[in-house]
Design a protein around this ligand. Structure first.
Ligand SMILES: [Zn+2]
Length: 384
């Protein structure tokens, strides 16, 4: 073998080594399953494929946790992880699964509606692969996800994404965005089929309220808010007023002409009242320091502080940051406040449950409300 050929072989071997080491970490992340403890309120666990069988065996055959109250009432569906990098929504959903006690009516919780998206992070964006919530029994480990369906599960993208059924043209990447694919279609892409399955759940169980939990940048005006279409607007505004002594929150109207969004299509294609909640997540902003786990969970960033001093942010921001406790807590308390307002307006379909909220999270931390999977009956632990 010539020296020239030997050099090529060595370069190829080094490239394979780099690919193998880097790829093995991504492979482990994609296949890591988060333990979830079934709390006292969980009466059964389903999968989305129950509502649309072609999802069976796919990355988006997400777990659906069902908490049924002793008394008949209405039903609420809580969606976490529409955008898997918006982790407060996922954690709020898991805190509900592990702690909520339904008294009247039924609660359906899907912490990873975009489970596929949660299996692919953004290494090129410097994202961590995991995040850890400290607890008394050690850290609970969660997958850090990407915004959209993993291209390993849905690829290639078209040049232009045509929304079904309106025909509106959207950017190509939105074809893998759960929150541009509502109401979905049974023979569409994986992302569209996932939305279709959730719509079937809503229709089959006459779900009254759908709450879609998100987070947004501080440089983006749609944060610290409830997004609601006109049918949900009265409840959203009354919720905002009722929470005004607790934290900043306002209501944003769901645009009629912008299609595919949960707060638009779920309400238009079912009897349910949709609400989308946004909490402020500094990690998502572009002009920050390194995208570390600390930034994700504590939300303190010197560049955003500088931007805040120049009045460039849409939320109050100081050295205390935007902690995961604050963000999870506001999602939980806003959910409970929406239900209070719903119950006031629709006493014939009341939904009442107990769950820790904003002040409990600030006082004790999120980890205080995550149960130890090794200390409970194994039949009460699932892997998601
Ligand atoms: Zn989002």
């Amino acid at each position: 073998m010539s020296r020239h050929a030997l050099g090529k072989v060595i370069i190829a071997l080094v490239a394979l080594l780099v690919l193998g080491v880097g790829g093995s970490e991504l492979y482990a992340h994609r296949h890591y399953k988060e333990p979830v403890v079934l709390g006292p309120g969980v009466t059964r666990v389903e999968r989305l494929s129950k509502y649309h069988p072609p999802l069976k065996g796919t990355a988006n055959d997400s777990l659906v946790y069902v908490l049924e109250g002793e008394e008949d009432g209405g039903a609420v569906l809580v969606l976490g992880g529409t955008h898997p990098g918006e982790v407060a929504g996922i954690l709020a959903a898991i805190v509900m699964v592990e702690n909520a006690v339904p008294i009247k009516g039924d609660i359906y919780v899907i912490p990873h509606i975009s489970r596929s998206g949660s299996t692919g992070t953004q290494p090129s964006g410097g994202y961590p692969l995991y995040y850890h919530i400290p607890t008394e029994f050690g850290a609970r480990k969660f997958r850090m996800g990407d915004r959209v369906t993993n291209p390993l599960d849905q690829w290639p993208d078209p040049d232009v994404y045509i929304h079904y059924p309106t025909g509106q043209s959207l950017s190509y990447v939105e074809i893998r965005n759960i929150n541009r694919c509502w109401p979905g279609r049974p023979d569409g892409t994986l992302t569209e089929q996932t939305c279709y399955a959730a719509m079937q759940l809503v229709r089959e169980h006459n779900v009254n309220i759908v709450i879609d939990l998100h987070e947004a940048e501080l440089l983006y005006p749609v944060t610290n808010c409830i997004v609601a279409p006109s049918k949900s607007a009265t409840i959203a505004v009354m919720t905002q007023i009722n929470l005004s002594g607790d934290f900043d929150i306002h209501t944003e109207p769901s645009p009629v002409g912008y299609r595919g969004l949960s707060h638009r299509e779920i309400g238009d294609h079912s009897d349910a009242y949709p609400f989308l909640l946004e909490a402020p997540e500094p990690f998502l902003d572009q002009p920050t320091g390194p995208k570390t786990e600390a930034l994700l969970l504590e939300g303190v960033d010197e560049f955003l502080l500088a931007a805040g001093k120049r009045g460039l942010l849409f939320v109050d921001y100081d050295e205390t940051g935007k902690s995961i406790e604050l963000r999870v807590g506001r999602h939980l308390t806003t959910t409970l406040a929406i239900l209070d307002e719903w119950n006031f307006n629709f006493p014939e379909a009341e939904i009442i449950f107990e769950c820790p909220g904003y002040y409990e999270m600030l006082e004790n931390g999120v980890g205080a409300y995550l149960r130890n999977p090794d200390a409970v009956d194994p039949s009460r632990v699932v892997y998601d």
